[in-house]
Design a protein around this ligand. Sequence first.
Ligand code: SAM
Length: 331
Amino acid sequence: MDMIDPFGRTISYLRVSVTDRCDFRCTYCMAEDMAFLPKKDLLSLEELDRLCTVFIEKGVRKLRLTGGEPLVRKNIMHLVRQLSRHLKSGALEELTLTTNGSQLSRFAAELADCGVERINVSLDTLDADKFHAITRWGHLGKVMAGIDAAQAAGLKIKLNAVALKDFNDAELPEMMRWAHGRGMDLTVIETMPMGEIDTDRTDQYLPLSLLRASLERQFTLSDIPYKTGGPARYVHVAETGGRLGFITPMTHNFCESCNRVRLTCTGTLYMCLGQEDAADLRAPLRASEGNELVADAIDEAIGRKPKGHDFIIDRRTSRPSVSRHMSVTGG
Ligand code: SAM
């Protein structure tokens, strides 16, 4: 039985935040001094595998590991290897992950060996000093080495960059040329008001309609129907021959085609990135060795998936629309 929500949307995509911890502290994502979920509340890798398997049995066809930084979770490749059995059986169409790239040199070959074909790498600048400033703890050289390793292992890469006013807006044409020159798509994302950070988001927020207008002064962008199952709208860039995606949670709501739910590392299921409502799956998972209780809890949760999100960033709204950080539910 497919999972169908009250608005007739089929849920076929599960994103799993395997840890809320990260080896970076990107300024728009986290405060420098973050309180993380207590380790004792974490699901084990076996429990995460069991939950993912229930979702796959209920119709999930695409599964993305995210975080926090998924590749800093201890023994994460054990989970990837376990989940890859669903690729082999044909139950799952795609197993992928979103990463900051810092650990890719170590894991790229094994990811490819597990049947991962495409990954998203988050990268907001190609300037080493700016990279260190925005990530607080990151080193660009390590990420570049990770991208090289991933490409050498045959993984297709999509780069994700959060568009930040007066930080990387002027650099995005160069980033796009670089990404397309290396055969990578680039997607730009509007910053979302999730979790308290140390800075004012109003100063960082750049509506992508403005970015697109500015890019169109230099490049010929044509809308294309290309889709990867996510909310990005793509254009073809005549001058580079590559694809540029726009994810616009602030200026354009794309919830009508939402096909996803998000599981945290403590077994909490969020039916919408931009809403607080959630369902606890850890208790029903642990209450029985069979999967009936957890399957019922998933059905109940899908039955209250909301129509959409409603993010606001302006000077009158000082509190974030959603109190949890992106690292809890995964970007
Ligand atoms: N650590 C991994 C990574 O860096 O890709 C996965 C988790 S990270 C939270 C996923 C994505 O969310 C990254 O591309 C990050 O830039 C983005 N992100 C974090 N906070 C955001 C915010 N407030 N608004 C928009 N994107 C955000």
